[in-house]
Design a protein around this ligand. Structure first.
Ligand code: ADP
Ligand code: ASP
Ligand code: MG
Length: 402
């Protein structure tokens, strides 16, 4: 069997954890398996690198950020190579260049295009454990790129697909995928299985347990994932196409605090206004998430929309510079999006109403709403995020004590 095993930051945070990871990998190796290990930077090292960068330049060039980021993962794999060799097992560490992990050019948010698996195959043939840097790639300029925060999961899935691996295991600091972030919702329950589609929605809506692109790629390439703890041997969660979900309307709750709302008041109520507004934003690569249009006074309309917090100032600037068709603009950065996800919603009325009732019971005001076939999201004041998550989670009976 060929097994890809990915370990996140907390799983390799110190010497003891490094040895723990090494031993788990060696166990599989000694059973005769080919083992490819993907590692993240140790502990919160990536965050520390960001702080160092911002101290030098509050607005560091993205290319230089990626150059800096890659040392985090490179440190982990080199040290792991030393640990495994110290335990008497032949192992070799490889970075994105050595693997030839080709990505698109976009610094900070690159996508994997192609992996040359020859080098890895060659090392596996030499009976070595191969330890690969997560998160990083190379682009057509021979520069380092990174895949976006949490991107090591995507490296693991891409490698599993390229090597046609028999298993892809994502080891982290919780026992698997829960009905909500167990650190925010104490009654959250571990799911034994979840479908790609539901996991993709949850990951995209803020459940940081998996990088959303890793789920997208796993679905596309048919890579079955297991999410489990690096600190115990409990079974974890299987992510796959036709997961047997228990008959639940809603399978999870997620929250995303990385949202800002921009409201434009007093727009002309005529064709073309929304087109011109969002076209300006699109041309400047500003991603817009939720959109709400409402009737204003005296044949005017209002439009509000959300963007990532980091894009809020730029979005306002673009609107002010290029789009003069409004009376007033207003920005709110302390908002959060809370969402419920579940394939069961598709065929059931009243799911959204039940979520709104849970928020009403807590006296939490809803600022915006958006829905899809398997999701309902609301925008609320950021300070109520945890309260809202718990209330909604309880309302749908997702907790341990059902
Ligand atoms: P790693 O460093 O291993 O990649 P992450 O911090 O990226 O770990 O992801 C694991 C964290 O994801 C958990 O510690 C947990 O707080 C958070 N999380 C958010 N939503 C969920 C969820 N639905 N199920 C499990 N964990 C979740
Ligand atoms: N080290 C990177 C990060 O912290 C990648 C990862 O952990 O997946 O975002
Ligand atoms: Mg992660």
């Amino acid at each position: 069997m060929l097994i890809v095993k990915k370990f996140g930051g907390t799983s390799v945070a110190n010497k003891e954890r490094m040895y723990n990871v090494a031993n788990r990998c060696i166990e599989d190796y000694k059973k005769g398996n080919d083992v490819v290990v993907v590692l993240s930077a140790m502990g919160k090292y990536t965050d520390e690198l960001i702080d160092m960068a911002k101290d030098m330049n509050p607005n560091p060039p993205k290319r230089e950020m990626d150059m800096l980021f890659t040392i985090g993962e490179q440190m982990s794999v080199a040290l792991m190579g030393m640990v495994m060799n110290n335990l008497g097992v032949p192992a070799i560490s490889l970075n994105a260049f050595q693997v030839a992990m080709h990505t698109t050019s976009v610094y900070g948010n690159a996508r994997i295009k192609r992996i040359d698996s020859e080098r890895i195959r060659h090392e596996l043939d030499q009976k070595k454990i191969v330890i690969v840097t997560g998160f990083q790639g190379i682009n057509k300029f021979d520069d380092y790129t990174t895949l976006g925060r949490g991107g090591s999961d995507t490296t693991a899935v891409a490698l599993a697909a390229a090597l046609n691996a028999d298993a892809c295991e994502i080891y982290t600091d919780v026992d698997g995928v829960y009905t909500a972030d167990p650190r925010k919702v104490p009654s959250a329950r571990k799911l034994n299985q979840i479908t790609y589609d539901e996991m993709l929605e949850l990951a995209t809506l803020g459940a940081g347990v998996l990088h959303n692109r890793s789920v997208e790629l796993a679905k596309k390439q048919g890579v079955q994932l297991v999410v489990r703890s690096s600190l115990n041997t409990s079974e974890g969660t299987i992510v796959k196409e036709d997961a047997k979900m228990e008959k639940m309307l809603v399978s999870g709750v997620a929250a995303d605090k990385d949202a800002a709302r921009i409201a434009l008041i007093g727009l002309k109520d005529e064709p073309g206004v929304a087109f011109r507004l969002f076209n300006h934003l699109a041309r400047h690569n500003i991603n817009v998430d939720m959109i709400l249009q409402s009737v204003g006074r005296d044949s005017t309309k209002d439009i509000s929309f959300t963007v990532a917090v980091d894009n809020a100032d730029e979005a306002v600037e673009i609107v002010e510079r290029h789009f003069h068709e409004y009376e007033k603009i207003d920005v709110e950065k302390n908002v959060a999006k809370v969402s419920i996800v579940g394939a069961g919603m598709m065929s059931n009325a009243g799911v959204a109403a039940k979520m709104f009732e849970a928020l009403y019971d807590e006296g939490i005001n809803i600022k915006m709403i958006s829905t899809s076939e398997i999701r309902v999201s609301v925008l609320i004041d950021e300070k109520y995020t945890e309260r809202a998550m718990n209330a909604v989670h309880d309302k749908f009976g997702l907790g341990d004590n059902r």
